[in-house]
Design a protein around this ligand. Structure first.
Ligand code: SAH
Ligand code: SF4
Ligand code: F3S
Length: 475
């Protein structure tokens, strides 16, 4: 190893988009750690900046170009003494528009797709040899498995961590770019997933969120290598790992909810009672045009079966308003479905036309003003449901995984089983523990509570306020 590779260099990564990108960003940091790069939260003095991008809606790509413009200004302000700053564009915009990025933003040194970032070290060597202005691009869908080439995690991932189990999508919903940017559906072998979960648990992770564009389409090689496991079976295996107290998965497709997964929701206490199950629309006509391959009633039935398995299950979802040809009646059907199911959390979006997707050429666009109006109605209803979900927890005592410091001294923040964020007075050494918390009130989008366990409360009281402040600001 040469002196230059051993010297510490600073790596700034900005992440856009979904949890998969958050996971990928952490793994890119792992890939670059052996080259001497350590994470930093300041782009100004970073030796490498990676923008890990999202292509899901319009403006996403525009955001990347304006960020590149800001970086260019920062680079100019750095002066020559600061040394060369490498700029990489990764993620789904890189995959979809790599060539164009290199043309439009010549200061970009590397364009790397979601399936090739394990090759970053070779790319870095290449651009270092070539010098500025000669960007390299790698957006293949390679034969080799990225996950086989990735190094182990270079740092603990925290009490709640993401674990990617499945990638890509073969569903081809007519509005969506993911099948094009992430490629064909692929599941990691169970042995790989279990090994990663064990490493996470050994480093203090208590909760794993299994990630996939459709996590419940998981069909990875079984532990004995003789067959395939679905998500339900995988969840059972992960629940056996010492230290893993909570399991979640996201996101999921209604069609891939099978009996084994429903049984896991009934029988595996580690599987948290919160499920993000996107439905997009409540109108069968629109669902068909979206190629979702299920009806609104199918969705009702699936949620019914899940809730029968676990009556405590809280539902979350995604909605698109203003899909081409959506009428007032279609919109009303969506509102009806929301009203009937009741969601504790949801994302809702105005339809955004994506070049290359079938919906982009369907015609019958919905006027922007109508989209705005419909989005507002959907969000109002979902907002009220979320608030009611928060309100229902008040007075209850819930297990909360304390994850990090809160805004105020002496305060920690964690999550309920239903993914609600809770602020609670607690000593800092409780981070990473699951505490019984009595929920006292709703504050905006989160909850406020107090430790219900008498011994824990005693523990706080025994600390002087000063110690509490020091504990909570020590990072
Ligand atoms: N794999 C997940 C979601 C992937 S994208 C699933 O199938 O549910 C996340 C969300 O972005 C989608 O659920 C959808 O609601 C939204 N979305 C995707 N493409 C969109 C588009 N063209 N316009 C508006 N919203 C979109
Ligand atoms: Fe996109 Fe549909 Fe695949 Fe989800 S299931 S990633 S919305 S194509
Ligand atoms: Fe965006 Fe790619 Fe995720 S398009 S939502 S970052 S899979």
């Amino acid at each position: 190893m040469s002196d230059t590779t051993r010297a510490k260099k600073k790596l700034f990564i900005k992440t856009y988009g979904c949890q998969m990108n958050v996971y990928d960003s952490a793994r890119m940091a792992d890939v670059l750690a052996p080259l001497g790069y350590a994470p930093s939260d300041r782009p100004e003095d970073a030796d490498m900046v990676i923008l890990n991008t999202c292509h899901i809606r319009e403006k996403a790509a525009e955001k990347v170009y304006s960020e590149l413009g800001r970086l260019r200004a920062l680079q100019q302000a750095r002066g020559a003494d600061a040394g060369r700053q490498l700029i990489a564009v990764a993620g789904c915009v890189a995959q979809a528009e790599g060539e164009e990025i290199l043309k439009r933003a010549p200061q970009v040194d590397m364009v790397v797709g979601p399936q090739t970032y394990h090759r970053l070290p070779e790319m870095v060597a290449q651009v270092e040899r070539a010098g500025p202005g000669r960007g390299v691009m790698d957006t293949d869908f390679p034969e080799e498995d990225k996950f086989d080439r990735l190094p182990e995690e270079s740092a603990p991932q925290g009490p709640a961590a993401f674990l990617s189990i499945q990638e890509g999508c073969d569903k081809f919903c007519t509005f969506c770019v993911v099948p094009y940017t992430r490629g064909a559906e692929f599941s990691r072998p169970a042995a790989q997933v279990v090994a990663e979960a064990k490493r996470l648990a050994a480093q203090g992770t208590r909760e794993v969120t299994l990630l996939g564009q459709n996590a419940n389409a998981y069909h990875g090689e079984s532990l004995d290598g003789r067959g395939e496991w679905g998500l339900g079976r995988l969840v059972r295996e992960l629940a056996e790992i010492d230290g893993i107290a909570r399991i979640r998965y996201t996101t999921s497709h209604p069609l891939d909810v099978d009996d084994e997964l429903i049984a896991a929701h009934r029988e595996v206490p580690e599987l948290m009672p919160f499920l993000h199950l996107p439905v997009q629309s409540g109108s069968d006509r629109i669902l068909k045009a979206m190629n979702r391959r299920h009806t609104a009633d199918d969705y009702r039935r699936i949620v019914g079966r899940l809730r029968e398995a676990n009556p405590d299950l809280a539902m979350a979802s995604d909605f698109i308003v203003g899909f081409p040809g959506e009428t007032d009646d279609d919109h009303a059907a969506t509102l009806r479905l929301i009203d009937e199911i009741g969601f504790v959390h949801a994302y809702s979006f105005k339809y955004s036309s994506r070049p290359g997707t079938p919906a982009a050429t369907m015609g019958q666009p919905v006027p922007e003003a109508v989209k705005d109006e419909r989005l507002q109605m959907v969000q109002q209803l979902l907002g009220a449901q979320q608030k009611a979900g928060h309100q229902r927890t008040v007075g209850r005592t819930l297990p909360v995984l304390l994850e990090r410091y809160g805004k105020h001294p002496g305060q920690l923040v964690g999550r309920t089983p239903y993914m609600q964020s809770v602020a609670v007075e607690a000593p800092a050494h409780r981070i990473g523990r699951i505490a019984e918390v009595e929920i006292l009130s709703v504050r905006g989008n989160s909850l406020h509570g107090r430790l219900a366990d008498a011994t824990l409360t005693g523990e706080i009281d025994s600390l002087s306020p000063r110690t509490r402040i020091e504990e909570s600001t020590a990072v």
